[in-house]
Design a binder for this molecule. Structure first.
Ligand code: SF4
Ligand code: SF4
Length: 425
C-alpha cells in the first residue's frame, strides 16, 4: 500500500514502524474472516483491513480522529488473529498500538469515558488498590444495573471475579529440588496476583519440582500491558522499564523469563521495541510462556488421579500474540488427560479491559465461547491467561483452571481450588 508520510513524521520510530507495516498490506482481505469483531458486526471497518485504512488516514494526517474512527479502533480486541492469517506478514500490533497512542494524545473523549479509562489504567496495575476496588465493587453490586456503562459493567465484572485472595509473601528465590537443571525468572503480574495468586504458587512448585531454580521478578508489580492497550504509552513505558530493571538486577543469569499470563508475555516480548534500551532487549529476547517450559520438563504424573476430559482454550495472546501454545495438548495428553478443543477458536471477549470498555461485544463473544466450551462436555477447562480464565469461567459448566495448576496437581501438587469438591479422585 502506498503511504504519504512526511520525512518529519518518519523520523518518529513508532510512526516509521507503522509506515513499514502499512506498505506491506496489499488489501487482500484474507484476515477479515478471522476477525471476531467483523464476524460479529459484519462491518468492513470493524475488520483488520478496514481498520488499517482508517489508521493510515489518521496517522498520515496527524490530526485528531473523528469519533467514528475512534469507535472502530476501540472495538479492536488486539486478539491478533489477523496477524496469524496475514500472508504478507503485516505486524498489526505496530499499527493498532500506534493508533491507540495517537487517539490518546489527540482525541478528547467524553469526560466520563476518559475518567473510566484513566481509573482502569491507574487502579489495576496496583495490587493493593485493585484489591480495595474489588471489595468496594462487590458491595456496590446491587446498584450495577442503575449505573451507566461502562462503570456498571465494571461493577458487574467485579461481582463475577473470584473472591479477593490475600497474597502470600513470596520469596525472591526458590531453590530447585534435587539437582538444579536450569535457572528461570518467573514474572508475577498485577491482576492475576490479586484474583488468582495460586497460579504463581503452582508455577513455582512445578518448576522447582522438576529441577529449576526460580527467581521471582515483579518490577513495580505490573508489566504495563494494561496501559499499553489503553494507549497510555508513558505509563506503560514506566512499568516496563521498572520490570526490565528488576530482571537486570536479579535475573541476569536466568535462561528465560517465564510468564503465566500470556497477555503479559505477548507485550513483554516487544519490550525491545517499546523501550529502545538494552534492558528491554534483554527481557524481550528471553520471555517464554510457562507452557513452552512445561513441554521441555520431564513431567511425571502421580498415580491415583482420575482420567479427566480436559477442554483446552487457546488464549489469543498465546496463540497469535506469542505464536506459541501448540505443545499444550501434547503435554496434557502425556500426563494422562484426554484433551479436546472447542470449535470456536475466536477471542473469548476478555482482552484485558475490553470486557469493561466494550461490554456488549465482549458479552456476545463470551456467549459464543461458552456454547462451544460447554459442547465439549469436559470435566475441566484449561487456559493460559487470567483474562480468559475469568471470562470463560463465568459461562462454563465445567470449572476453569490455569494449565500450570492442572500440571501441578497431576505431578504431585494440591488440587486446584476450582476443582475441589467437583472432581473425585
Ligand atoms: S491479510 Fe494482511 S495484507 Fe491482506 S488485508 Fe489483511 S493485513 Fe492486509
Ligand atoms: S486484532 Fe483481532 S479484533 Fe483487532 S482487527 Fe485483528 S482480528 Fe480483528
Amino acid at each position: 500500500m502506498r503511504t504519504r508520510f512526511s520525512d518529519i513524521q518518519l523520523a518518529d520510530p513508532a510512526l516509521s514502524a507503522a509506515e513499514h507495516e502499512l506498505r506491506k498490506c496489499v488489501h487482500c482481505g484474507i484476515c477479515t474472516a478471522t476477525c471476531p469483531t467483523y464476524t460479529l458486526l459484519g462491518d468492513e471497518l470493524d475488520g483488520p483491513r478496514g481498520r488499517i485504512q482508517l489508521i493510515q488516514g489518521m496517522l498520515e494526517s496527524g490530526a485528531a480522529p473523528s469519533p467514528t474512527v475512534v469507535m472502530h479502533v476501540d472495538r479492536c480486541l488486539s486478539c491478533l488473529a489477523c496477524v496469524s492469517a496475514c500472508p504478507s506478514g503485516v505486524s498489526y500490533p505496530r499499527l493498532i498500538d500506534e493508533a491507540r497512542a495517537h487517539v490518546e494524545r489527540t482525541f478528547r473523549r467524553p469526560r466520563y469515558e476518559a475518567f473510566i479509562r484513566r481509573a482502569l489504567g491507574f487502579v489495576l496495575p496496583r495490587r493493593w488498590l485493585f484489591r480495595w476496588a474489588l471489595t468496594v465493587g462487590r458491595y456496590a453490586s446491587d446498584i450495577a444495573a442503575l449505573v451507566p456503562l461502562p462503570l456498571g459493567s465494571l461493577i458487574d465484572a467485579a461481582k463475577k471475579l473470584p473472591p479477593v485472595q490475600r497474597r502470600r509473601e513470596l520469596a525472591k528465590r526458590y531453590p530447585a529440588q534435587g539437582q538444579r537443571r536450569l535457572r528461570l525468572a518467573l514474572h508475577a503480574g498485577c491482576v492475576q496476583e490479586v484474583i488468582a495468586p495460586a497460579i504463581t504458587a503452582s508455577a513455582v512448585r512445578v518448576l522447582t519440582r522438576f529441577g529449576a531454580e526460580v527467581v521471582l521478578v515483579e518490577g513495580d508489580g505490573c508489566c504495563g500491558a494494561l496501559n499499553h492497550h489503553l494507549g497510555q504509552t508513558q505509563v506503560f513505558e514506566g512499568h516496563a522499564l521498572r520490570l526490565a530493571q528488576d530482571v537486570a538486577a536479579h535475573a541476569a543469569d536466568c535462561e528465560a523469563i517465564v510468564t503465566t499470563t500470556s497477555g503479559c508475555g505477548a507485550v513483554m516480548r516487544d519490550y525491545a521495541f517499546a523501550l529502545h534500551a538494552e534492558e528491554g532487549k534483554a527481557v524481550g529476547e528471553r520471555v517464554r510462556d510457562i507452557s513452552d517450559v512445561l513441554a521441555e520438563l520431564p513431567l511425571e504424573r502421580v498415580d491415583a488421579l482420575p482420567k479427566l476430559r480436559v477442554g483446552y482454550h487457546a488464549a489469543c495472546s498465546l496463540a497469535h500474540g506469542m505464536q506459541r501454545g501448540v505443545d499444550i495438548p501434547e503435554v496434557l495428553t502425556r500426563l494422562g488427560f484426554e484433551v479436546v478443543t472447542p470449535s470456536d477458536t475466536n477471542c473469548c471477549g476478555s482482552a484485558g479491559v475490553y470486557n469493561v470498555l466494550q461490554p456488549e461485544i465482549a458479552h456476545a463473544l463470551q456467549e459464543r465461547k461458552g456454547e462451544a466450551v460447554n459442547a465439549l462436555d469436559a470435566d475441566v477447562i484449561v487456559t493460559g491467561n487470567i483474562g480468559c480464565l475469568t471470562q470463560i469461567g463465568a459461562v462454563s459448566n465445567a470449572p476453569v483452571v490455569h494449565i500450570v495448576e492442572l500440571v501441578d496437581w497431576a505431578t504431585g501438587g494440591p488440587t486446584p481450588q476450582a476443582l475441589r469438591g467437583r472432581i473425585s479422585a
